[in-house]
Design a binder for this molecule. Structure first.
Ligand code: MV4
Length: 451
C-alpha cells in the first residue's frame, strides 16, 4: 500500500487524482510551478513542492525536479496524469530506478506505443486490423509507387515519430507522390528530429472510436467499451461520448474481445486506450495511448467504475476488482471540453475568473480546478473545465447537457460554452450523425455565413 503519492501534473486532472487518493486513504503531494502557487490542486493536497518557474520545460517537464520533490517528501509513487511526462518511457524508468512506483504501464509498453511504426507492427502481431499501407517506414520512391498501385489513392503519408496529426500529408495521385513524400519527410524532420515516414490508405470520413482497457499485474485484462471522439478541431478533441451510437452490441462485443485478447498477449498493465478509425462498418487500429485520458469520465459514468482509483490500486499490485462478465454499461454520457478560448477563433483567452458558478442537479459532473478569483496562467493548456453529463438515453443526456451549459457561468474569460450550446442545437449532433471532419466543416460553414 502507498502511504503517499506525488501528482506530477496540474489543473483538473491533478484534482481528479487527488480525489481518488483521498478516497483510498493515500496522502498526496502536489507539485507546482511559480505560476501555480494559488492553484486548487496545491490548496487541496496534503503537501506541496514548488518545482520551478512557469514554463513547463522547467517545472512540470523537469524529471530531476520532480524526482527531487518525491524524494524530499518520501512519496512512494508518482502519478503523471496526462500530457507532460505521462507517456515518457525514460521518466517511467527513472521513477522506478529511484525505488518508486510509476502509476502507469512499463517503460517498454510506453516505448513501443510511442513509436507509431512500432505500434502498428505490434498491433498486427497482436491480431488487430490496421489501415492497409506500408509495413514499416518508406525506403524510397519506387516502394511508395508500388504501394500506391496496390492499395489505391488517396494515400496518407504519416511521420513515424508523429502522433496527434503532426507531419501528415494526403496524396491524391502518383504524380504528386514524390513531392508529398519529401514534404512529409522534411516536416517530420523539423517537428520531431526524425524524417521517417510511413504510408496508409487515406480514410476520408471515419469516426474516431477508442476502446478503454485495464490490465493488472496478474495477466488479467478487461475492456470498458468505447468512446466516440470524432468531434475535434485540429486534433484537439472538443466533445466526447460513450457509447458510440454507430455500433451494434455485436460489433462492440467482437471489438472488446479482440482488444482484450491483444492486450492480454501484450501483457499490458494499467489503464490504456486503443484508438481506431471506424468507416463502413470496419475498425482500423491507429494508435494506443498508455495513459489515463482527458475523456475517461464518460466511460466512468456509463460503467459506474472509478478508472483513476482502479489505475492506482493496480499500480499498488492489487488485482483487477472485477471480471469482464461483471462489467456492463447503462445509458449515455457526453463530455464537453471547456477551454479558455474564443469560441469562434479558438484564440487562447487567459485572465482572471471574475465570477464562477458551476451547474448542478442530477447526473451532472464538473471536473475543474476553477474558482472565483482564479487567474488562468497563459503558460499551459487552455482546458479549464470538463462538463460531463449522464442520461438514461442519449436524448435525455443531450437535453441535460443543454440545460447544464445554460447554468454554467464563467465570467472574465472567453470559453467554448457558446460553441457547445450551438452544437446541442445541430440536427447532425442530435442524430449522432458525424465523423472526424464534421466539426471543422461546421465551423467553416458558420464563418462563411457570418461574413
Ligand atoms: C488517419 C486518417 C485517415 N486515414 N489515417 C490523425 C492523428 C492520428 N491520431 C491519426 N490521424 C488520422 N489518421 C488514415 N489512414 C485521419 C486521421 C485524422 C484524425 C483521426 C482521429 C481523430 C481526428 C482526426 C482528424 C483528422 C485526421
Amino acid at each position: 500500500m502507498f502511504q503517499k503519492l506525488l501528482i506530477a501534473n496540474r489543473g483538473e486532472i491533478a484534482l481528479r487524482i487527488l480525489r481518488a487518493c483521498r478516497e483510498l486513504g493515500i496522502k498526496t503531494v502536489a507539485v507546482h510551478s511559480t505560476a501555480d502557487q494559488e492553484a486548487m490542486h496545491v490548496r487541496l493536497a496534503d503537501e506541496s513542492v514548488c518545482i520551478g518557474p512557469a514554463p513547463s520545460s522547467q517545472s512540470y517537464l523537469s524529471v530531476s525536479n520532480i524526482i527531487a520533490a518525491a524524494e524530499l517528501t518520501d512519496a512512494q509513487a508518482i502519478h503523471p496524469g496526462f500530457g507532460f511526462l505521462s507517456e515518457n518511457a525514460d521518466f517511467a524508468k527513472v521513477v522506478t530506478e529511484h525505488g518508486m512506483v510509476f502509476v502507469g504501464p512499463s517503460p517498454e509498453h510506453i516505448q513501443v506505443m510511442g513509436d507509431k511504426v512500432a505500434a502498428k507492427k505490434a498491433a498486427i502481431a497482436l491480431g488487430l486490423k490496421v489501415v492497409p499501407g506500408s509495413e514499416g517506414e518508406i525506403e524510397n520512391l519506387d516502394q511508395a509507387r508500388e504501394l500506391g498501385r496496390r492499395i489505391g489513392y488517396p494515400l496518407l503519408i504519416k511521420a513515424s515519430a508523429g502522433g496527434g496529426g503532426k507531419g501528415m500529408r494526403v496524396c491524391h495521385d502518383e504524380v504528386s507522390l514524390e513531392s508529398q513524400l519529401s514534404w512529409a519527410s522534411s516536416e517530420a524532420k523539423a517537428s520531431f528530429g526524425h524524417d521517417g515516414v510511413y504510408i496508409e490508405k487515406f480514410l476520408s470520413h471515419p469516426r474516431h472510436v477508442e476502446f478503454q482497457v485495464v490490465g493488472d499485474a496478474f495477466g488479467h485484462v478487461v475492456c470498458m467499451g468505447e468512446r466516440d471522439c470524432s468531434l475535434q478541431r485540429r486534433h484537439q478533441k472538443v466533445w466526447e461520448e460513450a457509447p458510440c451510437i454507430a455500433l451494434s452490441a455485436q460489433q462492440r462485443d467482437q471489438m472488446q474481445n479482440m482488444v482484450i485478447q491483444a492486450m492480454t498477449r501484450f501483457g499490458y498493465k494499467s489503464v490504456g486506450t486503443l484508438e481506431f478509425l471506424y468507416e463502413n462498418g470496419e475498425f482500423y487500429f491507429i494508435e494506443m495511448n498508455t495513459r489515463i485520458q482527458v475523456e475517461h469520465p464518460v466511460t466512468e459514468m456509463i460503467f459506474g467504475v472509478d478508472l483513476v482509483k482502479t489505475q492506482i490500486t493496480i499500480a499498488q499490485g492489487f488485482p483487477l476488482p472485477f471480471k469482464q462478465e461483471e462489467l456492463s454499461f447503462k445509458g449515455h454520457a457526453i463530455e464537453c471540453r471547456i477551454n479558455a478560448e474564443n469560441p469562434k477563433t479558438f484564440a487562447p483567452s487567459p485572465g482572471t475568473i471574475q465570477a464562477y458558478s458551476a451547474p448542478g442537479g442530477p447526473f451532472v459532473r464538473v471536473d475543474s480546478a476553477l474558482f472565483s478569483g482564479y487567474r488562468i496562467p497563459p503558460y499551459y493548456d487552455s482546458l479549464i473545465s470538463k462538463l460531463i453529463v449522464y442520461g438514461s438515453t442519449r436524448q435525455e443526456c443531450l437535453a441535460r447537457l443543454d440545460r447544464a451549459l445554460h447554468e454554467y457561468a464563467i465570467d472574465g474569460v472567453k470559453t467554448l460554452i457558446p460553441l457547445h450550446l450551438s452544437l446541442c442545437q445541430q440536427p447532425d449532433i442530435q442524430k449522432g450523425d458525424f465523423h472526424i471532419r464534421w466539426l471543422e466543416d461546421f465551423l467553416a460553414e458558420q464563418q462563411k455565413n457570418e461574413s
